[in-house]
Write a protein of this length. Structure first.
Length: 473
């Protein structure tokens, strides 16, 4: 049995500057499959890292001659390139079993199987155990009805099997399969943070989130549960990537890094490893930063250099409507604490809520400038399938754009009560211009004594993010 995992040719999210992330989802799945089945030949093809276009993908499929082609679509905006990947596989050999999964296809399983005949099976939810069972039975389609966690088509009908329970102990999973992409690891980079020569690695410390924000796909995908690896296991994975792949920049994929004594224990375990020049990056809730204040000095010593904060808005009523369960005061305190501890604060704001007006968005811009984080991302409220925002917007007829490729948080998908989609689009540009167009902020960043901030500002300035945003309207 030959299985080809494919990361399709696709655009990267230009708002983050120049970066090439590793295909964490498929290398995690591939590593688990490798650990469970001895009689399976596995290849991982990362088209972006290898410079493989669509014609090249077709040739690679022909050369490997796989029985199964799997391509995951983590984000809704990548749905079409995933489908095109599986379509290419069917073009090479109609007998190839084509498989996809991820958040988008999990919640759109019925319509996706109806619309895309090139998709044979959708693995819903957590994929490791489901994929192993599917591949064990790939040659016996009569077994498909017994495989929990899949949706599939058979004789013109679509079937959705019961969901598979989540893995209880994440430490049973192998380390992510960076060995399966070989020397490509050296190509993964986040230029704004660490240049192009420092390999950029993703690891997973936990899955899911115990919050249920109305715009977020993650908590639903992981069934509203938060499961974590132990601090020791997390540091072991970091050390493994540090020693074996030369990475000095490690980004946690966690949706919610968490709070409490565990955070301090993670720092302790990392410090024990004495990994010189290590930088690591997490995303966190503002209230968790406040609650973890006592651990921040130790976290900084362990290499924590950058935190992406979910700020969203300064309007407490809107925060409450999102189900954020956080105080605006926590936002201000979190940025202040990170700055005091020498950790870069990267704040993420959302515009385009239903009640947003030109005036309320102007206040968000003012708030961002007053808050003065080291960096800011402004995104447009996007009704991702499966979220409460999506269900409300679809029910009320607010969605004006169903082109999944535009569901990237920089394209306006729906208007507000007072702003058209195009007006929302222009407001996004104004937000970035207000923040990054400030000469005072530019000069402060370009000549910062902090090497990380200096590099990031020089990179962001050179890449012309404002020009790319201006082209969207």
């Amino acid at each position: 049995m030959r299985v080809l995992f494919v990361e399709p040719p696709k655009d990267v999210w230009f708002v983050m500057g120049e970066y090439l992330p590793p295909p964490y989802g498929i290398i995690q799945l591939a590593a688990h499959l490798e650990s469970k089945l001895d009689d399976v030949e596995i290849q991982v093809l990362d088209c972006n890292a290898e410079g493989v276009d669509w014609n090249g993908l077709e040739k690679r499929i022909e050369e490997f001659n796989p029985n199964i082609v799997a391509s995951s679509s983590l984000a809704t905006c990548n749905a079409y390139v995933t489908v095109r990947t599986l379509e290419t596989a069917k073009k090479v050999n109609p007998e190839i079993l084509t498989v996809t999964g991820g958040q988008h296809f999990t919640v759109t399983a019925q319509e996706s199987l109806e619309q895309y005949p090139e998709v044979d099976v959708i693995v819903r939810g957590e994929g490791e155990e489901t994929l192993v069972e599917l591949i064990k039975n790939a040659n016996d389609h009569s077994a498909f009805p017994r495989i929990r966690g899949i949706s599939f088509r058979h004789e013109g009908k679509i079937y959705h099997n019961p969901p598979r329970p989540l893995i209880e102990n994440l430490e049973e999973l192998p380390y992510p399969g960076y060995h399966l992409v070989g020397n490509l690891v050296r190509k993964y980079h986040f230029a704004a943070m660490a240049g192009r020569r420092n390999p950029y690695i993703l690891i997973e410390g936990s899955r899911g989130c115990n919050h249920s924000c109305a715009y977020c796909t993650q908590w639903l995908h992981w069934m509203g549960r938060w499961r974590a690896k132990s601090p020791r296991r997390i540091a072991d994975e970091m050390e493994y990537c540090y020693n074996n792949f030369g990475s000095r920049l490690i980004w946690f994929t966690d949706d919610n890094v968490g709070s409490g004594e565990r955070i301090g224990e993670i720092a302790d375990e990392i410090l024990k490893r004495r990994m010189k020049d290590l930088m690591w990056f997490v995303q966190a809730r503002c209230d968790d930063i406040v609650n973890n204040e006592r651990f921040l000095p130790k976290l900084r010593r362990s290499g924590l250099m950058w935190v992406l904060l979910g700020v969203e808005t300064l309007d407490q009523a809107v925060l409450n409507g999102y189900g954020k369960n956080m105080r605006v005061e926590d936002i201000k305190t979190a940025v202040k604490l990170l700055r005091e501890n020498g950790i870069a604060a990267h704040a993420m704001f959302i515009i385009g809520a239903r009640k947003d007006t030109a005036e309320s968005i102007a206040k968000i811009r003012e708030f961002a400038n007053e808050l003065d984080p080291d960096f800011a991302i402004f995104s447009i409220l996007t009704p991702f399938p499966g979220t409460r925002i999506y269900e409300e917007a679809r029910r009320n007829g607010w969605i004006e754009d169903y082109n999944w490729a535009h569901y990237d948080m920089v394209h306006a998908i729906m208007p507000t009560e007072t702003l058209s989609r195009m007006e929302v689009q222009k407001e996004l540009y104004m937000c970035y211009r207000s923040f990054y167009g400030s000469w005072n902020r530019r000069l402060k960043g370009l000549f910062s004594t902090n090497k990380l901030l200096r590099r990031a500002y020089r990179h962001m300035t050179a890449k012309g993010i404002l020009t790319q945003l201006r082209a969207l309207f």
